[in-house]
Design a protein. Structure first.
Length: 440
């Protein structure tokens, strides 16, 4: 039985369980709320226990045109960008919350094909209103701020390239979240994380050591309304200025992938045949501002690596061993290893305004600055320093329940870039995108 079929059967079973619970215990349970985009909530009459089921689908179209006159070709695709199903619940007296979230499209948050469908799977214990500890798989706070925002709430069709270059998307481990309120109404929100450093749950051998990191956010004007800190466009039209400024840092001890999204993707050995893996650190600063329909998001991320001096062999994709680390015609272990990792800097600045008619106009500028030896120089997937995007959205329902979005992106490609078929190109690119979101 395929993973997709298994998850689909699980989803049907979950729906049936929720429905049967409400039918069998009609006197003790009730349909507490239904809001388009926020899903169904079942709870007991005192709301000590609750279960929420929600989901959304996003049909997607993309057209890419290359300016290269010799290439004279376009690239287009139509697909289901996301098919998300989320089941959450809480037991207030026991101070327990939980979440299961699946994506049935098989596409990661950064748009890459992936073989796993479980996105979130965690249990949270709340010590009190301000402090909690989570164990399981979830979004890390050590990624850029945009990744903390639900994909159904994005103000542009796709996330920025800063997200695709630096983010790990999901991680498995322990997560602490805190909140401190000052007398003037401002808040500080610290987090601390200890994870396996391999991104999404590793079912095979766990490579390398652990990853440790954290974030601290400062909200000088109080909390955002209706979880606005974790949603992009200001649909609630904040009546007073809201701002969050944050900084994050993480250190991954012994990483076996480009940026910490996988386990065993890239393996190096020493003379004794033992694994010897590079360390990877990532840090960033960011902010989010909202006021009466206007929103602005700014992010900066950077990464660096430390390569062990005892690396002498590498494992090829077919499992064979090689002692070749050639860079520019010379044996260079350190720079060869760095050339397969995401090393460099990037920043993203975007802003938009939601009109009272529920139309929005949004714009983004994203810049990437790769190290000399970095996979960010790969001609097919990256090697493009500047992205300029203009988008328009029509919200057809309250909040994020139903919307249609379109965007146009101009991409500056550096010398040595290729098209999606790895053919060399000499010009820049245009990308048109359209996506529809329907959430229940």
């Amino acid at each position: 039985m395929s993973a997709t079929n298994s998850i689909r059967k699980w989803a049907v079973a979950a729906l049936a369980a929720v429905a049967s619970t409400g039918a069998m215990n009609a006197q003790n349970n009730l349909l507490h709320t239904y809001t388009l985009g926020e899903g169904y909530t079942l709870s007991d009459s005192r709301e000590d226990y609750a279960i929420n089921l929600r989901g959304y689908i996003q049909p997607y179209f993309e057209l890419k045109r290359y300016e290269d006159p010799d290439l004279n070709s376009n690239y287009s695709r139509v697909r289901m960008r996301r098919i998300r199903l989320r089941l959450t619940g809480y037991a207030a007296q026991q101070r327990i919350e939980y979440r299961l979230k699946f994506d049935l499209s098989g596409v990661s948050e950064a748009g890459e094909e992936m073989g796993q469908y479980l996105f979130d799977g965690f249990i949270t214990y709340n010590f009190n209103r301000d402090h909690s500890l989570t164990v399981g798989q979830k979004v890390p706070t050590t990624d850029n701020r945009e990744l903390q925002m639900g994909s159904q709430s994005l103000q542009l069709v796709e996330r920025s390239r800063v997200t695709s270059v630096f983010s790990t998307i999901r991680e498995f481990g322990l997560f602490y979240e805190g909140r401190y309120r000052f007398r003037n109404g401002s808040y500080i929100r610290p987090t601390f994380e200890l994870t396996n450093g391999d991104g999404i749950n590793a079912f095979a051998k766990d490579r390398g050591g652990l990853k440790v990191g954290g974030r601290i956010d400062f909200l000088p004007f109080g909390l955002f309304f209706n979880y606005g800190q974790f949603r992009q466009a200001d649909l609630v039209r904040e009546q007073s200025l809201k701002l969050v400024i944050g900084a994050s840092y993480s250190y991954n001890s012994g990483m076996s992938s480009r940026r910490g999204r996988g386990s065993g993707d890239i393996i190096y050995l020493n003379d004794q045949g033992l694994e010897s893996l590079p360390d990877y650190q990532k840090y960033g600063v960011d902010f989010l501002l909202k006021y009466r329909g206007f929103s602005m998001l700014g992010e900066f991320m950077a990464s660096a690596a430390s390569v062990p001096t005892d690396i002498s062999q590498r494992v090829r994709n077919d499992g064979s061993i090689s002692t070749s680390f050639e860079v520019d015609g010379q044996q260079d272990v350190e720079n060869y290893v760095k050339g397969r990792m995401m090393l460099g800097r990037g920043y993203n600045i975007q802003m938009g305004y939601v009109f009272p008619s529920n139309w929005s106009i949004d714009a983004r500028y994203c810049h990437l600055d790769a190290d000399q030896h970095s996979f960010m120089n790969n001609g097919t997937f990256y090697n493009r320093p500047n992205y300029y995007t203009l988008g328009v959205t029509k919200y057809l329902a309250r909040d994020y329940g139903f919307k249609i979005q379109a965007s146009m992106t101009y991409v500056e490609a550096s010398a040595g870039s290729n098209d999606v078929s790895s053919r060399p190109i000499t010009g820049n690119e245009w990308i048109a995108r359209v996506i529809t979101t329907f959430a229940f």
